[in-house]
Design a protein. Structure first.
Length: 293
């Protein structure tokens, strides 16, 4: 049996494998109705134990990404949804991010529950920037996240109160890993000379997001409601599943609006109003934390 890849932190290997598989589910590597490699093949590829792979697959099945049947393998039942708009254009999140990162300057204002989806997108753009070396001069990212000591939390929240602290800590761990990964990628691009200017700021607000919002280059807005669900959540540190109230995050269907030449058109107004809303949240309600969340 192979040795688990680990950095010594509890659950680090598990989270790494989960992140890699989610990347593939959202970037089209594993398309809808396709079959995943076997547990043995995944364990060998990631250099981890089959037990770790099994735990990750159980989690992804609980989130509705995959389904497994004895003798027939693991099949993909949910992928990254196309983004729809009132104008009828249907594209993927990856295509819109690719389009944004082709410009000399990229500005992103993001309000999200954990930043997990954004981490996947930044990871993907990091690879493309290093490969294609576009004439990208500046990346400016502002992230709004829920505070660590969020009050009045409805999700993620364990049904049984005795498990709730562990469920919230699992969420905070996902948020930490995602924000750390984003900072590592962006600062690495700056340090290695791929992008001359990188501005990254993270603030926290004592509000529970009911939607994720991406404001892209000042002209486009992506948004998606967080749809509450009840599902089993796997607590890797306790090696057990617990029932919890949660929301659909990665892979949630997005809608988008793009400013046009008409200042008072519905799309232009929606983008402008959300920019004012984000700026007000950022300046009046959010605060920086100089320690990890």
């Amino acid at each position: 049996m192979s040795e688990d890849r680990s950095d010594g932190e509890g659950g680090a290997t598990y989270q790494w494998v989960r992140g890699e598989l989610l990347n593939r589910l959202t970037d089209g590597t594993y398309v809808l109705d396709s079959r995943l490699p076997s547990q043995r093949e995944l364990a060998e590829e990631f250099n981890v134990s089959r037990d770790t792979v099994q735990k990750v697959l159980r989690e992804l099945a609980g989130e509705g990404w995959i389904t497994s049947r004895q003798g027939s393998g693991t099949r993909v039942i949910r992928g990254q949804s196309p983004i729809s708009s009132p104008g009828g254009r249907s594209v993927s999140l990856e295509e819109l991010m690719d389009e944004a990162f082709q410009k000399p300057e990229v500005t992103l204002d993001v309000y999200t529950l954990s930043s997990e989806t954004l981490a996947f997108q930044i990871h993907r753009q990091d690879e493309q920037i290093r490969l294609k070396r576009p004439k990208l001069q500046r990346i400016a990212l502002r992230m709004l996240l829920p505070a660590k000591n969020l009050t009045g939390r409805q999700y993620p929240k364990a049904v049984d109160d005795k498990d709730d602290a562990a469920v919230w800590e699992r969420h905070l761990d996902t948020m930490r890993r995602s924000t750390d990964a984003i900072q590592e990628k962006l600062q690495g691009l700056k340090a290695e000379g791929y992008v001359p200017s990188v501005d990254l700021e993270i603030r926290y607000v004592n509000l529970q997001p009911t939607q994720k919002v991406y404001l892209v280059n000042g002209t486009a807005m992506l948004s998606a409601p967080y749809v509450p669900v009840m599902r089993p959540i796997y607590l890797v540190a306790h090696d057990k599943h617990v029932e919890a109230f949660d929301v659909l995050g990665v892979g949630a269907p997005l809608t988008y609006d793009v400013k046009d030449d008409h200042e008072h058109s519905p799309a232009s107004q929606r983008v402008a109003n959300h920019r004012k809303w984000f700026d007000a949240m950022w300046e009046l309600l959010a605060r920086a934390e100089h320690h990890r969340p």
